[in-house]
Every structure is written in C-alpha cells, then in structure tokens.
Design a protein around this ligand. Structure first.
Ligand SMILES: Cc1cc2nc3c(=O)[nH]c(=O)nc-3n(C[C@H](O)[C@H](O)[C@H](O)COP(=O)(O)OP(=O)(O)OC[C@H]3O[C@@H](n4cnc5c(N)ncnc54)[C@H](O)[C@@H]3O)c2cc1C
Length: 436
C-alpha cells in the first residue's frame, strides 16, 4: 500500500511531501527496501521534528501484534508497531508495568527503542533501551537479524537511540516491572526558584518518579519557580486502568491566542492551584500521560506548528547555565506553558542516546523565524556547557552542533556502514545533521 501526502512530526514543523508505505508483512518491508529506499520507519509520529520524515517512509502500523507475555518472569515480546497504550491495556491488569515510559502512551515500541526514550525515573532506571532484552531488525540488505546486548552488540547499541537509521525494528522483547495497583502515590512540592527546585531534586533523589513543571516566564528571584511532582507505585487500589476518552482540540487554534500574556496567565494559575506538600493517590494514566487527555493538543500552536526544544546540561556548572538559558527565554518573551524539568542519571552505551548525568528541560516554542534563532542561540549555550539537544524533539539543530555534542556519531556511522544501512535508511533529520 502506498500513498503520497504531506506529513510532519508532532510539532507540525517542518511539513514535507512523502511517499507513505504501509507494508503489511516482513516480506513487503523487504520489497519496499529493495525498490524504494532510502526510507525511514515511522511509528505513531510522536517525535516532534523531522526524524520520522523523508521522501519515502515505511509505517509500522501493521506490525502490531503481541507475540509473548510471560507473566511469571515479567517479559513481553511484541511487534514494533504496537503502541505502549495497547501494551498497558494488557499488562497492567496482570500486575505489570513498563520499566520506563515517556509522557505519552501514543508511542510505538519501535519508536520508544529508536529514540531510547526516558521517563520520570531516568535517575534510577535509565532509558527504555536498557530494558530491551533482544530485538529483531531488518537490515538494509533485507536480512533479518536478532540483536541484544550480547549478540551483535554494536548493532544493538546503535539501534537503541539510532532514530531508525540502522534498520527497521520488527519486534522486541522487553523486561517489565511488578506493580500491585494502578494508582500512583503523588506528592506535590512547590518551589520558589530554580535553585530551590534543584535542591528539592537532590533532597528527594530516592523518589522513583520525579518531574518539575517550571514557569519559564518568571524573572528575577522567581526565575525558574516550579511545581514538583514525586511519584511511587501505590499499594492501595486495584489494577484497573482507564484511559479517559480525550477531549479534542478540533482545529488549529489561531497562533496569537498563545501569546506571552496567555501563557503567563496559564502558568500563574497552575502555580497558584498547586498545594505544597500535598500527597494523594492518582490514577497512573493521569500521572504519566496528562497530555493524552487532550486529543490534538499540538494544534494549539496554530497552523505554523511549534518546535519542542529539549536539552540536557551536565551537573558541572549546570545551574548557572540553566539560568542563562531561562534568561534568554524570558528576554525573548517566548516560551511555553510550563516547561518540564527532569534529573538524569548516567549516560548508557547507546551511541546516539540523549541522556547524560545532569538536568534536562523541555519547552515549546511557536515555529517562527525569531524562535528558530532563539533555539539556535540556546544551542550554542548547550554546546558550550557540554550538553546536547534531544534528537527526537529536534527540528532545527545545525550539523556542526550535532557533531560537536553527539561525540560518538562517527562510531555510529561505522556501524551503519558495517550493517549496510547507508543509502538504505535516511530521514530529513539525518540529512540535515550530515549523516550519510
Ligand atoms: C506528549 C508527548 C510526550 C513525550 N514525552 C516524552 C518523554 O517523557 N520522554 C521521551 O524520551 N520522549 C518523549 N516524547 C517523545 C516520544 O516518546 C518519541 O518521539 C518516540 O520515539 C515517538 O514514538 P513513535 O512511535 O511516535 O515514533 P515516530 O515519531 O514515528 O518515530 C520516531 C523515531 O523512531 C524511529 N522509528 C519508529 N519506529 C521504528 C521502527 N520500528 N524501527 C526503527 N526505527 C523506528 C523513526 O524512524 C524516528 O526516527 C514525547 C512525545 C509527546 C508527543
């Protein structure tokens, strides 16, 4: 099946014309690869920029089967196009959960591995790829191979976080974690400044899940004030899971509605409503996936779309560099409704994996030329601080910044060459970043 139309990532920027293939079997993936490469795999398109965009894309939507759920040992084998949402519907009621989950359940298993996604527990549990026991990958040659940390480890560590550029992940076996309730015991802490937020992260480093929502339009001594959420799997309640029917943003909202004034108002009311030192049990879906309750929220930024900008700064000098970036944002008058701050543990062996030990901040900006310049100015601060920008969110990073910050990119290219990926797999992002 094939169809040519305009596609984008979740940010709606950039938009490009693509031949969209939807192979229904491994054999048809092999045929597409032989006749229509280079191409790029695409899951649910929740990456924000251009990593799942190319003139030819291969959707994985028909690779959506459960293959084996071992409820004794807590492992799941499933096809790569299956969404985390469908996985959760099955595993939670059996008393199991994902060891790492991003902030949306509308992500495929293959997309979670290819971006080596992280959750609110990176400081303790690392990335999604660190819980993959093995996977099957379709190489550029058409050969299907199994890889794990012990079998073809170079391919494994290039594919976890490899943004689809080593091959198409067909299926994977992952480890699960035990839970006895689908409730999360959530504690809220309010902090008046960025320093206090960092202190709160340090004081609560034992918390399983930890995230802070920062008001990034505040200046002076309130710069970086935030609402911090800590979470533990509760022992109370049952294993019921309810994903509420999302309320839907029907059309693209005029972009002017999200301006400095409206964002300031939203941020102020969110901060005011939060109750300090308050604990309560909340459903797992609302703790992990609050945005999934609003279908099509990406349309709020208007037709021109938005850039989601996520970077990480290492601990050394991180606080003053973070302050410098926040000042850059407040100076510009741009910025998102509540930016998200998380603490990362150490980096892993995956060649293009994003996390390094330090703090990461994610924010949204309308896709305007002045915001592209702002993001590129922030890129310079991130680069000079020894940090990096998350590839699955990126839409504008320069090749020089990528190559200076993802220092294993040459090793990554060697693995791609060894496994016949060059000339077979490419995305608009990989071309922009100067990968072969
Ligand atoms: C609301 C929201 C919250 C988010 N929160 C987080 C978060 O907390 N942490 C985090 O890390 N990320 C987060 N993300 C980003 C998201 O988890 C990643 O972009 C993820 O990769 C999207 O999966 P997908 O199936 O939609 O993949 P796509 O967007 O379709 O593709 C993403 C990349 O994966 C590759 N890919 C997809 N499937 C395959 C496959 N079968 N084989 C090989 N390559 C493949 C694509 O080529 C592309 O490079 C969030 C996104 C949204 C919209």
């Amino acid at each position: 099946m094939s169809d040519k139309s305009f596609i984008s990532g979740w940010g709606g920027y950039p938009i490009e014309e693509a031949e969209q293939l939807a192979p229904a079997s491994v054999r048809s993936f092999q045929e597409s690869l032989k006749n229509q490469g280079p191409l790029i795999a695409r899951g649910l398109g929740r990456s924000y920029g251009d990593s799942a965009i190319h003139s030819v894309i291969a959707q994985t939507k028909y690779l959506d089967h459960f293959l084996k759920l071992d409820t004794t040992n807590g492992t799941l084998k499933a096809e790569a196009g299956l969404s985390l949402r469908e996985i959760l519907r099955v595993i939670i009621k059996q008393g199991w959960f994902l060891p790492v989950t991003p902030g949306t359940s509308f992500v495929t298993l293959g997309g979670a591995i290819a971006s080596d996604v992280h959750g609110k527990n990176h400081h303790l549990s690392g990335t999604f790829g660190e819980h993959v026991l093995s996977m099957t990958v379709l190489l550029g040659s058409g050969e299907v191979v199994t890889t794990s940390p012990f079998v073809l480890p170079d391919l494994f560590h290039a594919t976890c976080g490899g943004m689809g550029l080593t091959g198409i992940i067909l299926d994977a076996t992952i480890k699960l974690i035990r839970i006895s309730s689908s409730q999360i015991s959530q504690k809220t802490i309010k902090s008046r400044s960025l320093e206090k937020s960092y202190e709160a992260f340090d004081e609560n480093s034992e918390a399983t899940y930890f995230v802070a929502w920062i008001d990034c339009l505040k200046t002076g001594s309130s710069l970086g004030r935030s609402v911090l959420l800590l979470g533990e799997h509760s022992e109370r309640g049952d294993l019921a899971l309810s994903f509420k029917k999302p309320i839907t943003v029907p059309i693209h909202t005029p972009a002017f509605l999200l301006n400095k004034l409206s964002i300031n108002t939203l941020n102020a009311s969110y901060y005011a409503k939060a109750k300090n030192n308050r604990s309560k049990d909340v459903p797992l879906a609302s703790f992990f996936y609050p945005l999934d309750a609003i279908g099509g929220w990406n349309k709020l930024y208007g037709k021109q779309g938005f850039i989601q900008y996520q970077f990480v700064l290492p601990n050394e000098g991180g606080l003053s560099n973070m302050r410098e970036i926040l000042k850059e944002i407040t100076k510009s008058g741009s910025g998102s409704f509540l930016a998200v701050l998380k603490k990362f543990g150490p980096a892993n062996k995956n060649l293009l994996s994003f996390p390094i030990k330090g703090y990461t901040l994610a924010l949204d900006f309308k896709a305007t030329s002045s915001n592209v310049s702002l993001v590129q100015r922030m890129d310079e601060i991130v680069k000079d601080s020894g940090g990096r920008v998350y590839l699955t969110k990126d839409a504008v990073m320069k090749e020089s910044t990528f190559k200076a910050t993802y220092t294993k990119w040459q090793e990554f290219e060697s693995v791609r060459e060894k496994y016949g990926a060059i000339g077979k797999f490419a995305s608009s992002q990989s071309k922009r970043l100067g990968l072969a």
